[in-house]
Design a protein around this ligand. Structure first.
Ligand SMILES: [Zn+2]
Length: 419
């Protein structure tokens, strides 16, 4: 492991050289960028004044208290997320597994009961009990249940109706709509591929045409847009790339141009990532963007790329950790987008997930840790495709792969009847 006493990048004398230069052409976005850099610079210098030893600390106890409370009670501010309740379960449970904080069995059982009530009678999960099934909460619910990883959790998932639901949102061109009558975008392909692969319901027709459709979302920038023809965006790029990994078709993408695009999204001064070109840093892209680098590393390695490092991802892992630890922690627990923003469970989950990606390179024999600050800052590793801890993925796959792949009922019904 690397020394914990590596001097902080953000406190070095040369760091100010990384500040944004507008070449005397002021625009709305250049003004915003400078404003953010000033606030980040202030946070870095306050940190420097208050700490003689430059070892930023992950506020574990505070984050734990914030997350534990959220599992039982949410303030009125979360009313707007009433249609995203399985997401709250996933964001909190995944944050807790990264912090290696166990969840009491009784709470796990309550979460299973709640998610069972979110499951639609026609398959898939809805944002809350009695709502319509939607691919995003379906992804979140299946991930949350796999994190819990008990028989009770696995038994919540009705695999036959889940498959029916996936067919009901599948489009003739290979794409998926988010819900029946809803919009198409590349998130849906990832959500569908993720839940179908975890629960072992993939059959030969389910993803027919999907890789070619995803490929159409990659544009001249190198990243992927939400649908063909749109601007490249971190969240959509992650979804498209991760779906291609699951479907074993990642070689269809232009990996080098994707690599160039994503590495240019790490901000020189702040150390965190922006979601799109010319946008501001945001803590949640610590996962959506940095999480692409382990996927690219694996894909390029498989293609026989010989110049890959066996110790580091192709982004500045130290700079990202400094940004998350110094700029994105609320002192009372929870993590956030950027200084001045408030904490929430979404940013807590994706800042911690990005921190974990930046701390752990590779897996098994090639595992190498680079932890900024004390050893206590170490989080559990996360699986870069599913964003759940790898043991839970292995356990879920082992469980569901003992079960037969359900038959698509429409196909079965249209098969010629025997005399
Ligand atoms: Zn964000």
């Amino acid at each position: 492991m690397d020394s914990s006493f590596t001097p902080l990048r953000c406190l070095s004398d040369q760091h100010a050289l990384e500040l944004f230069k507008d070449d005397n052409v002021e625009t709305v976005t250049s003004v915003e960028q400078k404003k953010v850099e000033r606030s980040v610079q202030e946070v870095f210098s306050v940190y420097q004044q208050n700490h003689t030893l430059s070892q930023p600390t992950l506020l574990r106890d505070q984050h734990y208290a914030y997350l534990k409370k959220g599992l039982r009670h949410l303030s009125d501010a979360y009313e707007c997320l009433d249609a995203s309740r399985p997401w709250l379960c996933y964001w909190i449970l995944h944050s807790l597994e990264l912090l290696e904080e166990p969840v009491p069995a009784s709470i796990c059982s309550d979460v299973c009961g709640f998610l069972a009530r979110c499951q639609s009678p026609t398959g898939g999960f809805a944002g809350g009990p009695g709502q319509h099934a939607h691919l995003a909460p379906t992804y979140a619910a299946v991930n949350a249940l796999c994190i819990i990883g008990t028989q009770e959790a696995y038994d919540v998932i009705n695999r036959q109706t889940l498959l029916d639901f996936l067919y009901s949102v599948k489009q003739p061109d290979g794409s998926f709509v988010m819900h029946v009558g809803g919009e198409v975008d590349v998130r849906s392909a990832y959500c569908a591929a993720s839940v179908a692969s975890l629960t072992n319901i993939i059959n030969p027709t389910l993803f027919e045409g999907t890789p070619s459709w995803i490929l159409r979302c990659q544009n001249w920038e190198g990243g992927l847009g939400g649908v063909p023809g749109l601007e490249a965006h971190g969240g959509y790029t992650f979804c498209g790339m991760a779906a291609m990994m699951i479907l074993n078709k990642v070689h269809m993408l232009d990996l080098k141009s994707l690599l160039r695009w994503v590495t240019s999204r790490q901000m020189r001064f702040e150390g965190g990532f922006q979601g799109r070109c010319n946008k501001l840093v945001d803590g949640c892209y610590s996962f959506w963007q940095a999480g692409l680098l382990p996927l690219l590393h694996r894909a390029l390695f498989k293609e026989g790329e010989s110049t890959l490092s066996m110790r580091n991802w192709m982004f500045d892992q130290q700079a990202l950790q400094e940004y998350i630890l110094i700029c994105c922690q609320n002192p009372a627990g929870g993590l956030l987008d950027k200084p001045g923003k408030s904490r929430d469970f979404y940013h807590t989950c994706y800042c911690l997930s990005g921190l974990s990606i930046a701390q752990h390179f590779g897996s098994k024999d090639f595992h190498h840790e680079h932890i900024v600050g004390k050893e206590e800052n170490r989080l559990a590793p996360t699986h870069p495709i599913y964003n759940i801890c790898p043991e839970k993925i292995a356990q879920a796959i082992e469980h569901f792969h003992q079960l037969p792949v359900p038959v698509h009922r429409e196909e079965a019904a249209s098969a010629p009847e025997l005399p």
